[in-house]
Design a protein around this ligand. Sequence first.
Ligand code: SF4
Length: 330
Amino acid sequence: MPKAIGLVSGGLDSALAGRLMKDLDVKVTLLHLKHVFQHRSRGTSLSQLLAESLQVPLIEQEISEDLLSAVCSPRFGHGKNLNPCIDCHVLMLKKARIEMERIGADFIFTGEVLAQRPMSQHRGSLNQVEKQAGVKGILLRPLSAKLLEPTPMETSGMIDREKLLDLSGRSRTRQLQLAQQWGVEHFGTPAGGCLLTDPEFTKRLEKTLERGCPSVADADLLRYGRHFLLDDNTKAVVGRDSADNDEIESLACEGDIFLFSESPPGPLVLLRGTRSEGNLRLAALLQKRYGKARDRESLRVSFRPVGSEQVSHIEAQGSLSEESLDQMRI
Ligand code: SF4
């Protein structure tokens, strides 16, 4: 029985590829590469649900550091936004190759569909990615295989080419029909919800990149709240709602400071960078601006370093003009 490792994203195409391989009597292991630019779901992930429904093992790995380096200095450029899709595909296939060798699989498969994405899935870039990742001859793209050169897995008879598909283009109609026909239920929205293709998130990340490549922790924090740059090294992040506050709290690092007010309650503000009197005051004014005390002349704002229970206070006196907010906002 051939053994293969399949890259899955939580999307429809990779779920179909996994199902197709399983139906062709391939011993499948799924590989899900996680990173900070994915939309996160709480609880069981779509990849876990897919692995459970196919009754196959799932390997999950973190690639945020590597992907962030590709975002900051892409070898093959960015797509329409800050998505370095070719570098990202190369990176994922390199990781898949390592896992393939580690578990003793015969080949790798993906859910890529010819001509589905402008940057990374036209014929030229599929070949380029394959070459750059060093996976030529060991990569099968079962959803478009009949439109591509036969691979050694097909010519050797390990996989019956006739049972593979000929999908191409951006339309998902056939994929949705197949999902219904095959009972594939666990998949997310098209594009896997990568934040690097989201124009709003990209704007914020672009402004951050102007000051150098951020850490994974800083990139992660960009997903939540309102962000303000207080000086070259310092930012304040203001929660928009209680869900944001919880996420911001969970992403705080040693050295960060939380600002909050108990009465009236308001957003959680995280200060990251230089802990000067001026920055604390600005962060306190932001806390007041986005809380219920917005129209008050002053507010006593509490603050404490992350990891400490020791609470101090600072007076937020006056208010920030819309113009200064605009200048600080990223
Ligand atoms: S959309 Fe995001 S996750 Fe998908 S290939 Fe491009 S950079 Fe990678």
